[in-house]
Design a protein around this ligand. Structure first.
Ligand code: SAH
Ligand code: SF4
Ligand code: F3S
Length: 472
């Protein structure tokens, strides 16, 4: 048994980590044939992609995926810690599973992902959730076959959570959710330690994958017919810093853009590591999509400082405008937190004025949520919950206004859409995404296939989507 430890998770040093190839014993192949599993994923794209690896490991062991947890032999929750409501969702699910297990003693229950990295969660599971058979952390995914085996044979709760990340494991099996859009991890972890954020503790230090490994994965995706790849990391702009002196995200994007791949995306970018060279590369290649997610969090310099974001309102705007100038068709999106401890009405107004200036195409807005063990937990907070709710509402009104304004500019235009699937059979409605990552619902009298790139004439703008018709 290995329990998480925040002190260790916080440690960053120059110790190098090894790149190792994943190995699995042939003997466990199909060991659990006949059993099925339900994997529930919460949180960000990183977790979604981890779930694609977890699914492949379970399928190797012989399990068959099902979507209904009530009929599953194994239910595994891949959890998220980012805000309190993510926690509540997972614990709510554990409550339902407890009930199910009281009727089905042989049901196996596992928990993994970011919550597993939190000492308070694992100790609660040890004390109050003895029916959970096993817990493993974000650095322990490759150990899943052993952990599961032990949980079954020893019939004792297993907890395996490394707080200090181990080696960088390459070659984990993967079963991708989509046949033409793929996630490719380029960097794990985060060293930014924004004062409100739990990710640096749950995901460990920044560790870049070798460029050769990434490029080989991209090549194999191209061979398999993938049309779009999204380079993933908590802060993709830090890519390469820990491995190379002269190779960064800009170089990687260039190397990938020169390949035969239709669409390249990347997320998420921290403004701090965004270099002029990266901006240049965005403008240079037509297969790098004109869509940049650049979280600002706040428009107030005082709050940005308290958040430890390492940039000012002015330097954010400078970068924002540089990207807009270099890639005129770009759609910019962001994340914003309201109600951070110490945020006054004036600070909040600074955020609103920044939104008026940037006119974002999309924004994810949140109320600050206290995460145990992070520095922001200790800051004095004298804004009431009601005031925070009001600020979120006021902010949402402004961001929504600009989503619609920006979308209206596209009415009458013809845009390229990568088709995702059918949204309504009755009306021959399909849906897909534009290069700027906008959701497009469109009609077509002829059938179109998922993964096709089609031209759509936009007929109507909505706040979160656009309607249109296919042009043949
Ligand atoms: N690595 C990404 C963000 C990952 S978390 C980045 O830095 O851009 C996604 C978003 O969740 C953050 O951008 C932030 O807006 C929000 N978030 C993170 N911690 C939070 C907290 N404690 N309370 C409220 N929102 C939070
Ligand atoms: Fe969290 Fe900041 Fe790292 Fe993003 S950059 S994951 S907000 S610590
Ligand atoms: Fe949540 Fe972990 Fe992602 S905390 S947002 S699942 S990195």
């Amino acid at each position: 048994m290995r329990l998480p430890d925040y002190k260790e998770a916080r440690t960053r040093d120059k110790r190098s980590y090894k790149r190792v190839d994943f190995e699995i014993d042939d003997k466990v192949k199909n060991k659990y044939k006949g059993k099925n599993f339900c994997l529930k994923t919460y949180g960000c794209q990183m977790n979604e992609h981890d779930s694609e690896n977890i699914k492949a490991l379970l399928v190797y062991l012989g399990f068959v995926p099902v979507s209904d947890y009530e009929s599953a032999d194994l239910v595994l929750l891949n959890t998220c810690s980012i805000r309190e409501n993510a926690h509540n969702k997972a614990f709510g699910m554990l409550g339902r599973l407890k009930h199910l297990k009281s009727k089905r003693r042989d049901l196996l229950i596992g928990l993994c992902g970011c919550m597993a990295q939190e000492a308070s969660v694992t100790s609660e599971i040890l004390e109050r959730y003895p029916f959970v058979n096993f817990v493993f952390g974000t650095h322990n995914i490759y150990q899943l076959p052993n952990i599961l085996d032990k949980a079954i044979t020893d019939n004792k709760q297993q907890i395996e959570v490394f707080s200090r990340e181990g080696d960088l494991v390459e070659g984990l099996p993967v079963i991708r959710t989509n046949n033409y859009k793929a996630y490719v991890n380029i960097i794990y972890g985060c060293d930014k330690f924004c004062t409100y954020c739990i990710v640096p503790y749950t995901r460990g230090r920044e560790r870049s994958r070798k460029k050769e490994d990434i490029l080989a994965e991209v090549d194999s995706l191209i061979r398999d017919g993938y049309k779009e790849i999204t380079l993933l990391g908590q802060n993709v702009n830090a890519y390469g810093k820990d491995l190379y002196s002269d190779y960064n995200l800009g170089n990687l994007l260039e190397d990938i853009a020169q390949k035969e791949i239709l669409r390249i995306r990347f997320m998420t970018s921290h403004p701090w590591d965004f270099t002029d060279h990266m901006v240049e590369v965005l403008g240079k290649y037509s297969n790098i999509m004109p869509s940049v997610h650049l979280p600002v969090q706040s428009g107030s310099n005082k709050v940005l400082k308290l958040m430890g974001r390492r940039y000012t309102r002015e330097s954010y705007l400078e970068l924002f405008n540089k990207i807009k100038k270099t890639v005129p068709s770009v759609a910019m999106s962001t994340d914003i937190i309201v109600g951070f401890p110490g945020e006054s009405e004036d600070d909040f107004l600074d955020t609103l004025s920044l939104v008026h200036e940037c006119k974002f195409d999309n924004a994810f807005t949140f109320i600050f949520s206290k995460r145990e063990g992070t520095p922001a937990c200790k800051l004095e907070d004298n804004t009431t919950d009601q005031e925070k709710e009001m600020r979120l509402q006021r902010l949402n009104e402004v961001v929504n206004h600009y989503f619609l304004e920006n979308n209206k500019k596209l009415v009458g235009k013809v845009i390229l859409v990568l088709v995702e699937g059918l949204s309504s059979k009755k009306d021959n409605m399909y849906f897909g995404y534009s290069d700027t990552n906008k959701l497009i619902n469109f009609t077509s009298s002829e059938p179109v296939n998922s993964g096709d790139l089609v031209s759509v004439k936009i007929t109507e703008a909505k706040t979160w989507s656009l309607d249109g018709e296919i042009i043949n």
